[in-house]
Design a protein. Structure first.
Length: 320
C-alpha cells in the first residue's frame, strides 16, 4: 500500500517520534540515508510562491541521492490545462515521489489517489505538516522532550499553521493553545481531531481568545503572517483585526522566562511580529528554517523505505 504525508495526523505518536529522531540524525550526518540513490527523481510542484520549501526540498532530495524535478505550477496548470487525476498518472510514471504545494486539500488528496507513488503535502490552504515537523524538531533541540510543553500560536487560528500545530503538537503530547479573533477560530473538525489525539497522548488542544491568557507561562510562542497566500486583498482589514495578537515584547513577557519564539517565514516586521522579538535572543527562526530540510528528508525516507525505527539520538542542549 502506498503511503502518503498529506496532513499531520498521518503520523501517529510513535511514527512522528521516529521521523523526528531520523531528522535529528540526518542533521548531524546528512548523507547517511540514500533512499533516492540512482538518482531517483522526485517531482516537486508549486502552485504557490515558495522560497524555503523549494530550497529545502531541492537540497534535501540531492542529499538523499536523488534528483529534484522542479515543476512550475503556472506552466503545468494542474486542474485547468489537464485534470489532477491525469497529471497524477503522468507524474507517477516519471517520479518516485510527488511533492505538491497547492490550494485546497482536496486537490492533494486527488493527486494521492491516482499517482501510484507517495505524495507529500508541501503546503495547502488547510495544512502545512512539513513546517510543523520542523517546528517540533526545533523545539526538541532547544527545550528537550516535547511531551508536556506548552505551545501557543497567536494570529490567524484558522490558517494552515494553526491547524497543523494543533494536530502535530497534540500527537507529540504537547499542550497546544491557538489564539486569535473569534471570527478566525480553527476549523472545528481539526480542533476536535487534535483533542481526540491529545486525550491519548496526555497533551491538550484548545482555542483561547485572549492572547495574554494563551501566552501565560507558554514554553513556545509561534506566529505566522496575518495574510496567507491568496488573501492579499484582505491585508488592510486583517492588519486592524489581528493587531491585538501581535507577537511583541509584552506578549513574550507573559510566557515562561525561557520561552522560545518561532515563525515559519516570510515575516513582516511591525505586523504579526516585531523586529525586537524576531531578531532578539529568544528567536530560533533560523534554526527552524534550516530544519525544514532535515524533517523533509526523514519524511521522504519513511515513505520510500520499509525500515525498522532508528535508535533515538541525543538532541542538542538548550540554546544550541
Amino acid at each position: 500500500m502506498t503511503r502518503h504525508f498529506l496532513r499531520d495526523d498521518d503520523l501517529d505518536p510513535v511514527l512522528q517520534a521516529w521521523v523526528l529522531d531520523l531528522a535529528a540524525r540526518l542533521k548531524l550526518s546528512p548523507y547517511d540515508e540514500k533512499p533516492l540513490a540512482g538518482p531517483r527523481t522526485v517531482a516537486v510542484l508549486f502552485d504557490k510562491p515558495t522560497l524555503r520549501t523549494q530550497a529545502s526540498f531541492a537540497s534535501g532530495i540531492a542529499e538523499l541521492g536523488g534528483f529534484p524535478m522542479i515543476i512550475d505550477g503556472s506552466l503545468a496548470q494542474v486542474g485547468v490545462r489537464e485534470s489532477i487525476s491525469d497529471t497524477a498518472r503522468v507524474l507517477g510514471r516519471q517520479a518516485s515521489v510527488v511533492v505538491w504545494r497547492t490550494h485546497e486539500q482536496e486537490r492533494l488528496e486527488e493527486m494521492a489517489a491516482h499517482a501510484g507513488v507517495p505524495v507529500v503535502n508541501a503546503l495547502t490552504d488547510q495544512f502545512h505538516p512539513c513546517q510543523a515537523l520542523a517546528d517540533l524538531l526545533t523545539i526538541r533541540e532547544h527545550r528537550g522532550d516535547l511531551a508536556g510543553q506548552t505551545l501557543t500560536f497567536v494570529g490567524d487560528s484558522a490558517c494552515n499553521m494553526g491547524h497543523s500545530l494543533l494536530l502535530a503538537g497534540a500527537t507529540a503530547g504537547m499542550h497546544v493553545r491557538v489564539s486569535g479573533p473569534d471570527a478566525y477560530r480553527p476549523d472545528e473538525t481539526v480542533l476536535a481531531a487534535a483533542q481526540k489525539i491529545a486525550a491519548e497522548t496526555g497533551g491538550s488542544a484548545s482555542f483561547v481568545g485572549d492572547p495574554y491568557d494563551a501566552a501565560d507561562g507558554a514554553d513556545v510562542l509561534v506566529t505566522d503572517t496575518w495574510v496567507s497566500m491568496g488573501l492579499e486583498a484582505e491585508s488592510s482589514v486583517r492588519a486592524e483585526v489581528f493587531a491585538p495578537w501581535q507577537l511583541n515584547s509584552a506578549l513574550l513577557a507573559a510566557a515562561a522566562g525561557d520561552a522560545i519564539v518561532l515563525h515559519c517565514l516570510p515575516a513582516y516586521r511591525g505586523k504579526e511580529i516585531t523586529a525586537e522579538v524576531i531578531d532578539g535572543p529568544r528567536s530560533v527562526v533560523w534554526d527552524e528554517a534550516e530544519n525544514r530540510r532535515h524533517v523533509q528528508k526523514a519524511v521522504l525516507a519513511w515513505l520510500l523505505e520499509s525500515s525498522t525505527p532508528v535508535e533515538p539520538v541525543e538532541t542538542r542542549g538548550a540554546g544550541s
